[in-house]
Design a protein around this ligand. Sequence first.
Ligand code: NAD
Length: 475
Amino acid sequence: MAVEYDVVILGGGTGGYVTAVRAAQLGLKTAIVEKDSLGGTCLHKGCIPTKALLKSASVYQEVKNAHQYGVNVEKTGFDITKAMERKNNIIDSLHNGVSSLIKREKIDVYNGYGRILGPSIFSPMSGSISVEYKGEAENDILVPKNVIIATGSSPRAIPGFEADGDQIITSDHALQLETLPSSIVIVGAGVIGIEWATFFHDVGVQVTLIEAGSQILPSVDKEVAEEMKRLLKRKGIHIYNNATVDPSQVVKNKDEVNLTVQQQEGSITLTAEKILVAVGRNANTKNIGLENTDIKTNDHGFIEVNGFYQTKESHIYAIGDVNGGKQLAHAATYEGSVAVEHLHGKQPVTLSHKDIPTCIYGSPQIAAIGLTEEEASELGYEVQVNKTSFQSIGKAHVNGEVNGFAKIILDKESDDLLGIHMVGEHVTELIGQASMAKYFDGSGLEISEVIYPHPTLSEILGEVALAAEGRKIHG
Ligand code: NAD
């Protein structure tokens, strides 16, 4: 039987389900097609579980260092089983919340595999969705006025060096570990590589990072990435830049893997119990029926979209990781909201991808919004750049976490805020304020005149803006 909808969303990850809620709020008859569980990568394999494990690792570190705060703890230990259990409970609880939300909004959920059909007996336009189920169940056919593709992404493999789920793993496998390895080599020092390097190191695993580029975290402001590298190395993480793995030189033994790493200076052999590959994520565009449409993908396999996230077929939109923008849950939900308002006939405000904040949950953390210093200079801005260290912030001393800094980039001519970049503990909790300043087109002067409560880490935003205005107090 064919069921008509105003909008069908293919993929019920964070991008998909939040978009569905917005569509329902606008009075649209809405359905989600999801092959696994509502919440997708972010809830089940990404943002939430990794942050839950990172929290366990940071508690372990705090307890180990408790004596510095006058607290005596006799015996410490890290229990991976308990940490995984806690992570799973958090996922379950949030998953229940999402399911209730979707019920409350009266959104239909089809728990099957969705494929886009071309023009057919159901509709003269492409975009009907066939929902396939495991077993004998007959397909459902959905006939929507609009489709939003939100099928997300999956870990990218290095050809010839594919994950086996045991000795060579991806972040998906790492979330299911039952025991901790004694050592791990992480290939790729991007966002996922850094977060897992932090987790494994902080729970006592020997960690080595292999990065092809000359900078870890290639998309991050150079100075911030350098500070991050310095602090990770100081913790004891080994980092090789300009280095790649030779897939033909990987030898798997019973308890360890030997791999050859090629650098400009020659090659070295490393041995570790496990290898984690984190070299980016590919769009999930295979087998969703794109060939039945005029939708175009770019050379990297991401779906091409315009500023309202419409594909070449204007009634079909693509949001989130699948369109190759910023692969972040909050980017996907923002894009979904723009798409659904646009298809409803509104003219949503659209932001540049640079105005979407970035958060990297290592220890320390990185948080940023806007242009990096390098990008601003390349765009021809004459920049005013200032930095303030957490050493000059009282609350950082109280916390015992004084590493890192905040950096502000202003347009020298107009004093407009171009970017704020931070590295240090808890900076991901501060970036919302910088995001607001950017949204309201804040200037250096305005940011310096805001009142920041004392003692809080947020004072670093005021201090760095004061420095830019030539009125710094501390630091
Ligand atoms: P990434 O693009 O951030 O990093 C991949 C890294 O691997 C790059 O530094 C790249 O230079 C390196 N690399 C590529 N091929 C290599 C090779 N053969 N050998 C060595 N190094 C190689 O990708 P990711 O870390 O896999 O993350 C995927 C996406 O998921 C990112 O867009 C990220 O923003 C997103 N994500 C975000 C968060 C967050 O917001 N906190 C957390 C996890 C993932």
